[in-house]
Design a binder for this molecule. Structure first.
Ligand code: ZN
Length: 162
């Protein structure tokens, strides 16, 4: 029996790890997908800027700063988002990069083991599990308990009659 118990425990542990890996993989794909979207956006904005400049030069006009500024801002915004997503990607692997030297550190590290620089706290990425479903399941369980109590009471009452 002891052997079987150990075997069962090991199997469920393996299942947990596999499940966690699968969740991490799909989360990683999601993050990578978002990063490529932002990269495409950046390429598009560079192209737009190029077109604006090209047309102004071709028509012998001065390039208006205003026309390209909003495009530049969009590029900056997309780059900021990409940096955040990259931090989340690393967090999935329970690591982060030193803000000073770029060394790979444990996610909870307060200081860099290489250069000693103090590190900001990385917010952990929570994998969301449909909270509404969990709540419904709990409610159903509670209802069942109530029903069981009622049935037990009835059974007791019937018992008294006899
Ligand atoms: Zn460092």
């Amino acid at each position: 029996m002891e052997f079987l118990n150990k075997l069962g425990k090991k199997a469920s542990e393996t299942y947990q790890v596999t499940k966690e890996k699968a969740v991490n993989l799909s989360e990683e794909l999601k993050l990578r997908g978002k990063i490529s979207e932002y990269k495409e956006e950046i390429v598009k904005n560079y192209k737009d800027i190029g077109e604006i400049v090209y047309n102004e030069i071709k028509n012998n006009n001065d390039v208006s700063k205003e026309a390209v500024t909003s495009k530049c801002e969009e590029i900056d915004k997309a780059n900021d988002e990409i940096s955040k997503l990259e931090v989340q990607l690393l967090a999935l692997k329970k690591v982060k990069k030193c803000i000073n030297c770029g060394a790979e550190l444990d996610i909870d590290a307060e200081f860099c083991s290489k250069c000693g620089n103090k590190q900001p706290v990385v917010e952990k990425v929570e994998v969301k599990e449909e909270p509404s479903d969990t709540k419904e399941a709990e409610v159903v369980e509670v209802n069942n308990v109530e029903e069981n109590k009622e049935e037990n009471k009835q059974a007791e009452d019937e018992g008294k009659d006899n």
